[in-house]
Design a protein around this ligand. Structure first.
Ligand code: GLU
Length: 313
């Protein structure tokens, strides 16, 4: 049985990019007769207050994108808020620690982002391994000054997979990424760890998400392997860009449901998004269920999608 999921981070009102993500996840799972889980990724509780999550739930219902398991409905894998699942992440972290794969990192933000630090293509820094070889005495001394963040050692090995939409993707974890954090020094668990634990615990068989997370997948596959869990299939879809070619953000007020909801119906919105995503040429208003017939991953482009200037005028 296919199990798909929506895993939004409610750090503001939902925008067209988030909606496209949920629409594709919903269509991909439902077309196979599958179930859908809604999980709220609110690990960053300061940026994701409960009222945003509540609004997001209302927005998804307004859009007609339903789920079988999650907030409002409950299900066998409660709770569905990551902020309430931290003991599961701690258990996984303890297991990795017992395997001798974790070391405490004391690097500050400034040190990590120093101009000399090697950078990936996507702008993230590649961790140089500074704290990997600290002696116990050095660790004890550093620990007096600041609290450490647990970092996972990665091997000099390639992790590859066939993305259901983007095709073959591979990274050498040591060369392209470096040892990565599983929890911040303030205690907040890392997305990479939480997403793996939750997708596995919730029996998710397919993950649909934006191409910005393609390069997170090799790290996640490494975690699946270390924890003896079975990875899902992945489908990464192209990003929606604003009409001037930037990545959509909270600043693009026009693309937020805040400004759209009073002007367009859910069917109009889904119809236009489906047209932009290549599988609904007419762009006519349509409820999600009507798009099931036309949807196919083959019709979705692989390049970023630029929003036209006046989508709804
Ligand atoms: N919570 C993430 C986001 O909203 C999605 C994570 C995922 O799909 O793996 O960007």
């Amino acid at each position: 049985m296919t199990v798909g999921r929506f895993a939004p981070s409610p750090s503001g009102r939902i925008h067209l990019g988030n909606i496209l993500c949920c629409l594709l996840a919903w269509l991909s799972a439902r077309q196979k007769g599958g179930r859908v889980v809604l999980r709220i990724e609110d690990l960053d509780t300061a940026r994701c207050p409960m009222r945003y999550a509540e609004q997001m739930i209302k927005d998804l219902l307004w859009l007609g994108l339903d789920w079988d398991e999650g907030p409002e409905i409950s299900g066998p894998d409660e709770p569905y808020f990551q902020s309430q699942r931290t003991s599961l992440y701690q258990t996984a972290l303890d297991r990795l620690e017992a395997q001798g794969l974790i070391y405490p990192c004391f690097c500050t933000r400034a040190e990590l982002h120093a101009a000399s630090a090697p950078h990936r293509e996507d702008g993230q820094t590649i961790y140089a391994g500074t704290c990997r070889s600290l002696t116990p005495a050095q660790r004890a001394e550093q620990a007096r000054l600041r609290s450490p963040a647990p970092r996972l050692q990665v091997p000099d090995a390639e992790f590859s997979f066939i993305d259901g939409h983007m095709g073959y993707y591979a990274e050498n974890l040591m060369r392209d990424c470096g040892d990565f954090l599983l929890r911040r020094s303030d205690g907040m668990f890392a997305y990479q760890l939480a997403v793996v634990i939750d997708d596995a615990a919730m029996g998710v068989t397919e993950v649909v998400r934006g191409a910005d997370l393609l390069s997170s997948t090799p790290r996640q596959l490494y975690l699946y392997q270390l924890l003896g869990l079975t990875p899902p299939e992945f489908y990464h879809f192209p990003l929606l860009l604003s009409s001037d070619g930037r990545r959509l953000s909270k600043r693009d007020a026009d693309a937020g449901l805040d400004s759209l909801q009073g002007r367009v119906t859910a069917e109009e919105l889904l119809g236009k998004l489906a047209q932009l995503a290549g599988f609904h040429p007419s762009g006519e208003p349509a409820p999600a269920a009507e798009l099931l017939e036309e949807f196919s991953w083959e019709r979705v482009p692989r390049e970023d999608i630029r929003l036209p200037e006046n989508l709804f005028t």
